[in-house]
Write a protein that binds this ligand. Sequence first.
Ligand code: HAM
Length: 422
Amino acid sequence: MKIQAIKGFADILPGDVERWQFVEQKARAVFALYNFSEIRIPIVEKTELFSRSLGDTTDIVEKEMYTFADQDAKGSLLTLRPEGTAGVVRAYVEAELYQTEPVRRLFYFGPMFRRERPQKGRLRQFYQIGAEALGRGDPYVDAEILLLLSDFFSGVSLDGVTLELNSLGCVQCRPRYRKDLLDFLRERAKKLCPNCQRRMERNPLRVLDCKEESCIEATRDAPSILDYLCQDCKEHFDTVQQLLRDSGLDYQLNARMVRGLDYYCRTTFEWTSNRLGSQNAVAAGGRYDGLVEDLGGPPTPGVGFALGMERLVLLLGMKETPKASRPHLYVAWVGKAARGWAFPVIHRLRQRGISVEMEGDEKSLKSQMRRADKLGARVVLIMGDDELKSGKAILRHMETNEQVEVGLQGIEEALLAKKAGD
Ligand code: HAM
C-alpha cells in the first residue's frame, strides 16, 4: 500500500520548486538592499512561547497548534511553530542581540504549522518569508518595511495586490476602544455567531475579523479604532501614511483589520489579492512594541511581516514558469569502455563548475540524444570505442545542431573554454 502525505501537508516538486527558488532569491536580494540579516530558528519551541506571545484567545493558540508532550521534561509541552515572530524574539532575547547592536533587522524563511481546515491557499504546513526589525519605534521603519515588500512584489512581477492599513493603538488608547466596542457588542450579542458570543468578552476586537455574515452585519456600525487613537499613536500613524504617499505607495485604510495575533499595536497591515479566494492575504504584519519585554527582554519596539509562499506562488503561477535546472553537458556513450573513460572526466568537470548528465545503463545513441534534448542540455559529447581509439570525439551544440570534432586530450579545458564562450 502506498503511504500518502498528511492532509494539508504538501510536497514541492521539481517543476514547482524553481518558482520557489526564484522567489527566495529575489527576497534575499531585497533583504540585502534593506540591510536585513538571515536568522534560522528552531521549528519546535516550548508551547508557552506561543501562548504568551500570540495570546490565549487567538484561533491559533485555542485550536490550531500542533502540540505534544516533551518526553524529556515531565509536564512540559512542545509546539511546532505556527509563525516566526515569537521564535525570532525569543532568540533575540536569549542571545541578547541588543547588547551588540541596538537595531536588528532579521529575516527568515521556513515552514510553519497550523491545524486549519485545508483549502486553496491554506495548508497545515505552509512556508513563510518573514522579517522583523527590532529596536526602532519610529514610523519610518514601518514605512520602510512596507516599501521593502512593495519592492519585493515588483521584483517578482506580482501585481494586483492591495495594501490595507490600520492602527491598533497602544496600551494607552486601546482599552478605551475595547470598552466601547464591548458595550456595542453586548447590545448585539444575540446577532453574533456562537464563536463570537463566546470570545467577545475576552477578545472583543476579534469579532470585527469574523467572516460570518451575521457578525459582519451586526458590526457594520461598530466604533472605529481610528477614532480612539491617542495623540502619539495618531501622529505615528499619520506619519506612516505620509511617508507612503511621499513614496508613491498606494494603500487603503481598513479600520476593521484587527489581525489574528494579540502582540500587535499601532501599525498593522495586510496585502490582499482578489485572485486568492477567501484566503486573500498574501502577506501581513505590523508593529509589536511590547513583545520583547513580554518575553523577558528590555523594552524594545519591533515591527515585521510574513508572507505566505504558497499564496504568492499561486499568484505567480498564473505567469510563465522559470526554467527548471538543465545540464550544460550530456555525455552520450556507447560501450562500457567509453563509460569508464567518461566517469572520472565528468567528476572533474563538475568540480570545475560544469553540470553534467550521463546515463548509467547502456542505451541506443538515438534515445540518448532524445534524452539530452528533453533535459535541455546545451552540448552533447558523443563517445564510443572508436572515439577512444582515435582520441577524438564529436561535440554537438544542441541549439544550432553544429558538430565539431574535439580531441580527448585536453577535453576538459576545451569544454570549459567553450562554456565560457557561450
Ligand atoms: P499571519 O497573518 O498569521 O502573520 O501570517 C502571515 C501570512 O502567512 C498570511 O498573510 C498568509 O499569506 C500566510 N499564511 C498564514 N496561514 C497560512 C496557512 N494556513 N496556509 C498558507 N499560508 C498561510 C504572522 O504569521 C506574523 N508572524 C507576521 C508578522 C511578522 N507580524 C510581525 N512580524
